[in-house]
Design a protein around this ligand. Structure first.
Ligand SMILES: [Zn+2]
Length: 232
């Protein structure tokens, strides 16, 4: 069944909002960056909790942002987000990373969940809901399948969300928390198998690349199938 349980929270997240640019590249003080990250987390954590809501479930009430010398960019364990101080110094405008890690805190999966779903939800929310104004380019699905996770999966999930089920992120997250990311999930949400959805996305990508003569971007994703035909 398509389009049931429309998500009010997603509509709020997709509403137009002001574009605020921050440029701390001239003085990337870690303390200043950390304060801004804290404010961002306080603003977005409730939105993420709403988007990834589930009856009777509460996300952790406390989140720690820990800046430290570490390999890589960032990582989340439970309600602690570890952030590389060197990364922040070199990439002071990487607020999307904070959102990605905050999603992991809210997800709090205890059951085994396919990695591409965990990371696809985090990057789908990051690129399509937190920073849509960046209009990120979409990876070529023939070179980077959804099983690569991250934005390769996030863009695919966003395609399915817009085309089939506006509450996809909410429902997929709930299925993941319950350990029920089964083939049946996709059929119930969209009427199609995961493989069929992936083929559709690949075909859309190829067709759009040809039509536009360039790499498709987030804003090229179709907004809604049969808009106005079936109600909500
Ligand atoms: Zn991640």
């Amino acid at each position: 069944m398509v389009g049931w349980g429309l998500l009010a929270g997603a509509a709020i997240l997709l509403a137009p909002k002001v574009v605020v640019e921050v440029d701390v590249s001239a003085s990337p003080s870690p303390a200043v960056w950390a304060e801004r990250a804290k404010a961002l987390a306080e603003e977005w954590y409730p939105k993420l909790a709403e988007l990834l809501r589930q009856p009777g479930w509460k996300p952790p009430a406390k989140v720690t942002l820990r800046f430290e010398p570490m390999e890589g960019v960032a990582g989340t364990a439970g309600d602690v987000i570890h952030i590389s101080e060197a990364w922040v110094r070199d990439h002071p405008d990487d607020w999307g990373m904070v959102i990605h890690e905050l999603v992991h805190v809210v997800q709090a999966y205890r059951n085994p969940v396919p990695g591409w779903i965990t990371e696809g939800i985090a990057d789908g929310i990051r690129y399509a809901k937190f920073e849509p104004q960046r209009d990120s380019a979409l990876h070529d699905p023939d070179k980077s399948p959804y099983t690569d996770g991250y934005w390769s999966a996030g863009a695919f999930l966003t395609f399915v969300e817009r085309w089939y089920d506006r509450s996809l992120f909410t429902r997929l997250n709930e299925a993941a928390r319950r350990g029920r990311c089964t083939p049946e999930f996709w059929r119930r949400a969209t009427g199609k198998s995961l493989e069929a959805l992936w083929d559709e996305y690949k075909n859309w990508y190829r067709q759009t690349s040809e039509e536009k003569g360039r790499q498709p971007r987030l804003s090229d994703l179709p907004e809604q199938r049969g808009k106005g035909a079936g109600g909500e």
